[in-house]
Design a protein around this ligand. Structure first.
Ligand code: MIC
Ligand code: SF4
Length: 750
């Protein structure tokens, strides 16, 4: 068991700190508020912070990083020159494993291909006191839930789905590597005090509906940006009846509505899960301060008084949903899928069903999906689509194998991939994907942005529960509604699938032979971390230059991105993941997925110096060589999705100075600020229309750059006209100092 002392000492302080907040605010508190107030940094005074406005300093209990983001986080940490990490931290190797043939072969190949990176991560971890989870151990969020998450705790992680740990009653937040670096270096971690959204779950899940459908429904209501700068707190009889891992699924996909995080009050399901995962003592400690690990009673009785927004969902009536394609908030109840697919021309033949991922690979998920797979043999059916499973951890994989569940999937021809992200992040060597054929897949992951799973822009990916995905893979048809429809079996008979059944926790307990953990050296001071100067995969960071002290004049428009521009569009994953530790090499993917407003094409923009059209990275490199700064213009919720700070570091490295959008996703905006970029928003969103392809642009007001005071932008159009527009920013005094220093890290080192 990890961290017991840390947890006990936090719990010892918990009641006093909650009471201090009670006294100051003189009203009942939500759970989210309690956790936030308990985790104020020692130098932060307790105040009645303004939600959505006040910047507040916190002291998280721990940090988690995954291999694809840890490289940059730890390269920055090395620059900070600290002997050891200041809070318990872990690294998880999960993103760099390509799914192709099956678990053991794929894992073996990844260990060879990415040896240099895994060795680097292992040795940095060893030196600085960081726990290291080897390739094959599992996906970060599942491993964290099984080993580290605890009720009432606060953690940050360099992955947007860190929020998964809300399933165990944490406030767990996804951040960029620079934020993780601050906390590991012993500094405060700053966050805008969140708004609070309450989701009351009444009734109880039944039949085909699962926890996944709760969040698919919420995503449909709130959309991909509705949770921005908010913590979502779930409560009500329906919440208590959910399993702990089901709660994790709901919190996990809170990233898809842009929420800062989501959480649930401590209850029996969490206790059962803690006990089942070998942490009875954590449960005992939590029991002792139970009333502080959930909201005050009055809050859940009159939620509208305490939350900024309240949503009520009746689980008795909730239908299974499928969200997609291309965005996780396009929610369609299964009964309406036939009509929606016909109306929109979505291909209805399902090619592949994929279950697992960090979102949905609990024992409960797998056992419920297996109950459907079992019906294939029982009812003399034949599975129509291909089927794959990516277990979330070695502990889950080992247990489902031992309990015979994998055998059931084997009978329907399923491929078991390594305990890793695999197809969820484009690490799927899918045969034929390069032909770019229009096709449909269904999966139980969380994201379905264009090209995300297999690199094919014409793959229509729909997100559903593992149960629904399994039923749809059996039917091979997006129009199939297992609640009402029948299938024709091999004997030509009409058969109906029974609703799934499963186990909340393994009836015979979890088991594992080698969980894949490597503890760090107790004294790493003598250890060396080597990065070869001619490595293609790793590159030590050079500091970004400080601000020149003047307004930015004569910037060229690099690209005006149209519509959805997620971090997958800005810094694509899949094959590019291999350059996550090498800033110059990965910069060759900068914005190659963004749609150019002026020609509706991706990766084809005008070079204003030559008039020629070329790729985004090459054009930007040409501006850089000419010593000319540039600006990127974006639409709503720019930078949605991942925490990858490469999406901010690449433009910074290549000489983009400003990103101007209608709105930003939280993590990306912070990442831009941390790396010394200017992240600005149109004061009047319709000014987006004023930006022309040949514009030369000045940023005015920087010499008096002050919190809460807008800046101005002068657009010099090619026809000789110019116009001035007002742009907002959300920089506070400290963040302005980051901009001036060239990056936040330049101040830590100083
Ligand atoms: C994702 O789901 O998009 C990722 C890949 O896990 C990212 C992290 C990354 O880009 O490395 C995330 O969610 O933050
Ligand atoms: Fe990995 Fe996908 Fe989860 Fe991201 S969302 S951590 S890529 S499994």
């Amino acid at each position: 068991m990890f961290d017991l002392n840390m947890i006990q000492s936090l719990y010892a302080k918990f009641p006093d700190r909650v009471n201090a907040a009670h006294t100051l605010l003189d009203r009942p508190l939500t759970l989210a508020e309690k956790i936030l107030f308990v985790h104020l940094h020692a130098d932060q005074t307790l105040e009645n912070f303004k939600r959505g406005t006040s910047y507040v300093d916190f002291a998280p209990d721990r940090v988690a990083m995954q291999d694809a983001t840890a490289q940059m986080a730890l390269l920055q940490f090395m620059q900070a020159a600290r002997p050891q990490v200041a809070v318990p931290s872990t690294v998880h190797c999960d993103h760099l494993i390509t799914a192709k043939v099956g678990s053991s072969e794929d894992l073996h190949r990844a260990k060879t291909e990415s040896k240099e990176v895994f060795d680097f991560l292992s040795s940095v971890s060893n030196k600085y006191g960081i726990g290291f989870w080897k390739p094959g151990a599992g996906i970060i969020h599942q491993v964290v839930l099984e080993n580290y998450a605890f009720p009432g705790g606060m953690m940050i992680g360099t992955d947007s789905h860190t929020v998964n740990a809300g399933g165990l009653g944490m406030v767990a937040i996804g951040v960029g590597g620079a934020d993780a670096c601050d906390v590991m270096a012993g500094l405060a971690w700053e966050l805008k005090f969140p708004r609070l959204i309450g989701v009351k779950l009444i009734g109880k899940l039944n039949g085909w509906t699962s926890a996944k459908d709760v969040i698919l429904k919420v995503a449909g209501i709130l959309t991909v940006k509705g949770g921005t700068d908010s913590i979502v707190e779930y409560f009500g009889e329906g919440a208590e009846a959910l399993s702990c891992t089901g709660k994790g699924t709901i919190c996990n996909m809170g990233a898809e509505i842009g929420a800062t995080t989501s959480t649930f009050g401590y209850d029996d399901s969490m206790k059962r899960y803690l006990v089942a995962t070998g942490r009875a003592e954590v449960a005992k400690a939590a029991d002792a301060i139970k009333e502080h690990l959930t909201a005050d009673i009055e809050v859940y009785q009159s939620p509208e008084k305490y939350f900024d927004q309240v949503i009520e969902i009746n689980l008795d009536e909730l239908e299974p949903h499928l969200n997609g394609p291309f965005t996780p908030d396009l929610a369609t109840p299964i009964s309406q899928m036939k009509e929606m697919a016909a109306k929109n021309g979505w291909p209805t033949k399902i090619e592949v069903g994929l279950i697992g991922s960090c979102t949905n690979s609990s024992y409960e998920d797998i056992s419920r999906a297996a109950s459907l797979a079992q019906q294939v043999a029982d009812k003399n059916l034949k599975t129509k689509a291909e089927f794959t499973i990516t277990p979330g951890s070695e502990q889950v994989r080992y247990t489902i194998e031992k309990d015979g569940l994998l055998k059931i999937f084997d009978k329907i021809g399923a491929k078991v991939f390594a305990n890793a992200c695999g197809p969820c992040i484009g690490m799927w060597d899918r045969i034929g994907a390069e032909k770019q054929e229009k096709n449909t897949i269904v999966h139980s992951f969380n994201r379905n942005f264009a090209k995300r799973a297999d690199g094919n822009p014409n793959t229509y990916a729909f997100v559903g529960s593992p149960e629904l995905v399994t039923a749809l893979a059996i039917a091979g048809d997006l129009n199939f509604n297992p609640l009402t429809d029948t299938l024709i079996n091999e004997a030509g008979e009409q058969v109906k699938l029974d609703a799934p059944t499963g186990y909340e926790l393994p009836p015979n307990g979890y088991a594992v032979e080698d969980a894949g953990y490597q503890a760090p050296a107790t004294d790493g001071s003598g250890l060396q971390v080597l990065v070869s100067p001619d490595s293609e995969r790793l590159q030590l960071l050079a500091p970004f230059a400080a601000w020149e002290g003047t307004d930015l004049k004569g910037l060229k428009l690099l690209i005006k991105a149209k519509g959805k521009c997620t971090t997958d569009h800005i810094s694509m994953a899949g094959p590019w993941l291999k350059f996550r530790g090498h800033l110059d090499n990965i910069s060759n993917n900068m914005l190659i997925g963004a749609v150019n407003f002026f020609n509706e094409k991706t990766d084809l923009i005008k070079n204003q110096l030559t008039g020629e059209y070329g790729s985004v990275p090459a054009t930007q490199r040409a501006y850089k060589a000419a010593g000319i700064g540039t600006i990127v213009v974006g639409d709503e919720n720019y930078g949605e999705g991942s925490s990858r700070e490469h999406a901010a570091m690449e433009p910074r490295h290549l000489g983009v100075r400003v990103v101007l959008t209608k709105s930003f996703a939280r993590i990306h905006e912070t990442n831009l600020k941390k790396q010394g970029m200017l992240a600005l928003t149109f004061a009047d969103k319709s000014d987006y229309d004023k930006i022309q392809e040949d514009d030369t642009i000045d940023i005015v007001g920087l010499t008096e750059f002050t919190a809460n005071i807008p800046l101005r932008i002068v657009l010099h159009h090619a026809d000789g006209n110019s116009e001035t527009i007002v742009v907002n920013h959300s920089y506070n005094t400290q963040q302005i100092a980051w901009f001036k220093a060239g990056a936040a890290i330049n101040l830590i080192k100083g």
